[in-house]
Design a protein around this ligand. Sequence first.
Ligand code: MN
Ligand code: MN
Length: 459
Amino acid sequence: MEIKYQPKNGWETINSEEKQNVFAFCEKYADFLNKAKTEREAVRETVRLARENGFVELEETSRLKKGDRVYAVNKEKGVLLAVIGSDTEAGMNIIAAHVDCPRLDLKQNPLYEDTDLALFKTHYYGGIKKYQWTALPLAIHGVVIKSNGEKIDISIGENENEPVFCITDLLPHLADEQMKKNMREAITGEGLNILAGSMPGKEEKEKFKSEILRLLNEKYGIVEEDFLSAELEAVPAYKVRDLGFDKSMIAAYGQDDRVCSYTALCGILEINSPEKTAVCVLADKEEIGSVGNTGMQSRFFEDTIARILALEKNNYSDLSIRKAFSNSLCLSADVGAAADPNFKDVFEAQNAPKLNYGILLTKYTGSRGKSGSNDASAETVGKIRRLFNDNGIVWQMGELGKVDAGGGGTVAQFVANLNIETIDCGVPLLSMHSPFEVAGKLDIYMAYKAYKSFLQNLF
Ligand code: MN
Ligand code: MN
């Protein structure tokens, strides 16, 4: 070990074979992102890949033993995968990530007309900079539950031959007043209305709105009241792109946190009969506080582990799950903020994550003096550090911006509340929470390698 700690750019440390692996892996990742634009789609795609790789539904299992591969879905919006080790009560290696992303949800009564145009009202979900969502192509994904209970799946705007939608912005010529406002107010929440049509129908009243309703009825068999029982999400309509002349980066919507979800998923799909039970949990609602019955604070996680323990041993008791949790270690797999040369003043260079310096360990997050953080113990950091060093993983340690520049959190604190040793460990991003987030391919690949190695080897 060198006396001086000198982090290196990963591209300067890996060999040419590893470089090929990086690029090959990221093609599969791009494919996943293109198919998974919402939490429901991410869960659907995860289940498809899990089944392809020999995982069976926990519900269909009557007994569990070492090497068994199972999954359980939480209301189409969350999923837990597990590969059973020799004794789950002796502790698990857990990776927790989230599959929801910032977006614009259609309001429950969304459709209206104004100025001979038809529009949808929205309510944004998660932490967005509202101005970033105007003047870009949007697709609409989601489900509509009809009055008879039938569920209609909707996805429109992704294929070249489908129309897209957008939120209009004000031309600069008339924006004198708007440009004087601060960025929080220049575009308001109630101003995020999506343009959905402009042709009048035959009805006397509300011709433009009625025409959209007629088309929706024709295409999906739905009526206006069906919107009340719908979850429709507007997301950027474009596909994943390689970024840079060297194609060394991925630019896409939704990398927070599908970059960690997908790499963790690939990790658990590829491991074989680990000594410790390996778990990958992909939760919903992280972007609004991990709340609700599909968020990480829901009992779904505990319930599913309880079911696994009960199928593994004859004498399940409450103590079993408590032992299992207190013997476990969890990587809270979420993205971090990479140092951005355009915004250097919010980063503290010596502790800022950098693109291409590998997977990012973050000891604590939070704000105003680590408030709301899970502060991983030095012992846990030490264990993970040794694992990564022993397995050729390019990794870095970093924190979220300068002290008091802002802050944030992840699912880490909620997992840790179960008395599970937890540490944040994910991929650094540029433009996080924007409709076009940027990740380094080397970091994405190292996340996959790190998660796989954690699930297979740590005991
Ligand atoms: Mn996240
Ligand atoms: Mn986020």
